[in-house]
Design a protein around this ligand. Sequence first.
Ligand SMILES: *[C@@H]1O[C@H](CO)[C@@H](O)[C@H](O)[C@H]1NC(C)=O
Length: 313
Amino acid sequence: MTERNLTLISEFLLLGLPIPPQHQHLFYALFLAMYLTTILGNLLIIVLIRLDFHLHTPMYLFLSNLSFSDLCFSSVTMPKLLQNMQSQVPSIPYEGCLVQLYFYLFFADLESFLLVVMAYDRYVAICFPLHYTSIMSPKLCVYLVVLSWVLTTFHAMLHTLLTARLSFCGDNVIPHFFCDVSALLKLACSDTHVNELVIFIMGGLVIVIPFILIIVSYAQIVSSILKVPSARGIHKVFSTCGSHLSVVSLFYGTIIGLYLCPSGNNSTAKETVMAMMYTVVTPMLNPFIYSLRNRDMKGALARAFCKKINFCL
Ligand SMILES: *[C@@H]1O[C@H](CO)[C@@H](O)[C@H](O)[C@H]1NC(C)=O
């Protein structure tokens, strides 16, 4: 106890991304543009779905939940990254670091669970079209969303509490752009075996199982479409499922690579760039891939603007 009190670290330094100094301004502008795109794209979807009663169906309510989660997920890391790129001392207080860790895990999990719920929703819609409305009742939808929130609260809380009981004594430099579990574990001077074990087991439960469920749902969708082949159906399914699967693989692929197969020779530069993929790039792409390419959403967008401008027929 005394040792801990003597060497308590009160703040960490977030080194950010390995960007050469002459390119700092360029990357600052790029990240700012990406963050604004994420915020505006996702807000647009939430507002459109809220306003348009044609879109009050399970699929769009889940999409709106996903947009909310994307918006929050990128707001956990991006504003701090942008602020630190401008400041001389890129520090974050110890408590701030734990808070960031908690919300980072919370929204990453929520995202993961919502992607599963959405894949299940598409699976029911395509494989059991006649029973869709009775299976995906409003009660089940609310239940699935609430379940995601409960599981994700539990999981984020578990990791945050386990990290909070570690002591940090010597080094306080985090070679990353946010307070990530694995980066914090490397700095801890107490025993981290329990933490590593829990990351491995819980990571398996909240990442690998959802990923498998998603792949199984899309496999069922593809096989049911191929049973009754029609050129239009096949084209539609491959264009929708293909783009969904590319986002899903980018999100899960980088997370699985980082947390479940950590190899000693992974350079931190490579890790931060991989982390960029799912913390910044997927929340930005999700609204465009899941929603704005979609005919109903385009219709809703047109209706929303027509009402305002009053000049469409
Ligand atoms: C999330 O989904 C639930 C259940 O479908 C819905 O009632 C709620 O309005 C959605 N939340 C948002 C922010 O869209």
